[in-house]
Design a protein around this ligand. Structure first.
Ligand code: BG6
Length: 509
């Protein structure tokens, strides 16, 4: 039974219940890789520091690099010392004592036999009651072969629990690179794991402000009646990055913005902002509504793609060199580093309301936000005073940086009789709650250990997202033209053609 920690924040009248994880044995493939050191270990440590990990846990690192248990532990301690705000020496050392390592080649049966022996020993030593999590922090092309070997060696069968859910598999996006490959990947995973055991991580769903969309929409009665085609003019979702492709150009060049950010993060945010109210806050209800929403997204034909989607690539500019000059990018590559689209949701709630989505690298600044623009007042009674066009109300969820919510309203400015001014009611999360926003991986790892799949992406969501984007991928693979934008700018000009004149256009970057 998970122990429950309750914290009552009297000032805000908030009750938070955070359940701690039960006994868990982690097996991390790609354990000596960058991703594991940057995201996985710091998040596990933070959970440990906060008392949210059971004492009965171990991490078995598996990878190609040859490391002893001790050198693996030392490298983790060293990294966490650099990362953690105030690393506690003793705590770090006791955390590292839960780590073990075994090396080998992912294709080699002997490697998995060795892993099997380690798991048998560690399960017993840490008394994890058969709870095993296999975490694949490896390049996606290895997913199928690793899962196949796990299955052959029966490592995914819990030695002490008949509940299949006691054993889980965690994979990171990208889940395939198009509809067919995603379907193929699912079929391979499902040969050895039930869908209820597969946790597909989309780290955006672990972000506090993204989760807040659910609370905001379904724990307040104020906005839900307005949340439809009668009151909303359009919705935009932006995930702009200041950074370029950094050290990942090899992967990125065969992926591009549509696959890297749009198919997953943007469409997941779209589904949360537009889905119908789920029956309850549990994985199945929420996942059902999200899938229903993705099914309602209008499919377009490849011939119409240019009317709905645009792409761009950065050239050298104020914030750095051009994409083609990045190391490991193929000469003459037309991989898009910017993608924007206008999508429609064909259901009773949203018919006719455009959703504008955009993402890109090397843009003017980092900004992830969802902006809801309401319809303007139908008639201005202030026309005589020269106020013909009254700006519409705008509700903004800022996801990063500086998480918060902002509502734009019109108000009378003190002074002359009719003088109107736009103002913004602001809620800055950090200021109000007085805490640093936790890293998304902490939430997701804890949920995975608890067996709560609410914030993970189910296979039908993945397939629907690919289905929405397939015509775009097809059309772009045939058409070799791409619009350019200087690094550090707001993206290619062509993005503006998605907007009709009557709409206000992209929010400022
Ligand atoms: C990842 C993408 O999923 O998200 C990266 O693969 C991108 O290309 C990253 O940089 C952005 O994440 P965040 O949390 O910084 O917005």
């Amino acid at each position: 039974m998970a122990k429950e920690i309750e914290a009552i924040i009297a000032k805000q009248g908030v009750l938070c219940i955070e359940a701690a994880a039960g006994p868990t044995g982690f097996t991390v493939f790609g354990a000596s890789g960058d991703m594991a050191y940057r995201k996985l270990y710091p998040s596990l440590y933070e959970l440990y520091r906060r008392g949210l990990m059971s004492d009965h846990f171990y991490v078995l690192g598996c990878g190609r690099s040859e490391l002893s248990d001790d050198s693996f532990r030392d490298s983790i301690e060293k990294r966490l010392r650099q990362e953690a705000d105030a690393p506690d020496g003793e705590k770090l050392r006791s955390f590292a004592r839960h780590f073990f390592y075994t090396s080998g080649s992912y294709e080699d049966d002997a490697f998995y036999q060795a892993i099997g022996r380690c798991l048998g020993r560690l399960d017993e030593q840490f008394n994890v009651s058969g709870s095993r999590i296999f975490y694949l922090s490896v390049p996606p092309f290895l997913y199928e072969s690793i899962v196949e070997k796990l299955g052959q060696m029966k490592l995914q069968c819990s030695p002490v629990s008949s509940r299949v859910q006691a054993v889980r598999l965690v994979i990171e996006k990208p889940f395939g690179r198009d509809f067919d490959s995603a379907q193929h990947l699912d079929a391979s995973l499902h040969q050895h794991f039930d869908e209820s055991q597969i946790y597909r991580i989309d780290h955006y769903l672990g972000k506090e402000t993204v989760q807040n969309l659910l609370i905001f929409r379904f724990a307040n009665s104020l906005f839900e009646p307005l949340w439809n085609r009668n009151y909303i003019e359009h919705i935009q979702i932006t995930a702009a990055e200041e950074v370029g492709v950094e050290h990942r150009a090899g992967y990125y060049d065969s992926s591009g913005a549509l696959r890297d950010m749009f198919q997953n993060h943007l469409l997941q945010m779209l589904s949360l902002v537009a889905m119908e109210p789920p029956v309850s806050f549990n994985a199945d209800s929420i996942r059902d509504e999200k899938v229903k929403l993705l099914r309602s997204v209008r499919r377009i034909c490849p011939e119409d793609v240019s009317e709905y989607f645009v792409r761009g690539q950065y050239t050298s500019g104020a914030s750095g060199k051009g994409y083609l000059d990045e190391q490991e990018v193929r000469p003459g590559s037309i991989t898009e580093t910017f993608a924007a689209g206008k999508v429609f949701v064909d259901n009773w709630r949203w018919r006719g309301v455009p959703f504008y989505l955009r993402t890109g690298k090397r843009l003017a600044r980092k900004l992830t936000e969802i902006v809801i623009t309401f319809k303007a007042v139908p008639h201005s009674m202030f026309r005589a005073g020269g106020l013909e066009d009254i700006p519409a109300n705008v509700l903004r969820f800022q996801i990063q940086p500086a998480e918060g919510m902002y509502l734009g309203l019109q108000a009378k400015r003190p002074g002359s009789k009719i003088c109107m001014s736009s103002l913004e009611m602001a809620v800055d999360y950090q200021e109000v709650f007085g805490v640093k926003m936790p890293e998304a991986y902490q939430r997701l790892l804890l949920d995975c250990m608890l067996g709560d799949a609410t914030l993970f992406t189910p296979h039908d969501s993945v397939l629907n997202s690919w289905d929405i984007l397939t015509p775009v991928l097809e059309s772009w693979s045939e058409n070799k033209e791409i619009d350019l934008y200087p690094a550090g700018s707001t993206g290619p000009q062509v993005q503006n053609k998605l907007w009709p004149d009557s709409h206000s256009g992209w929010s400022a970057l």
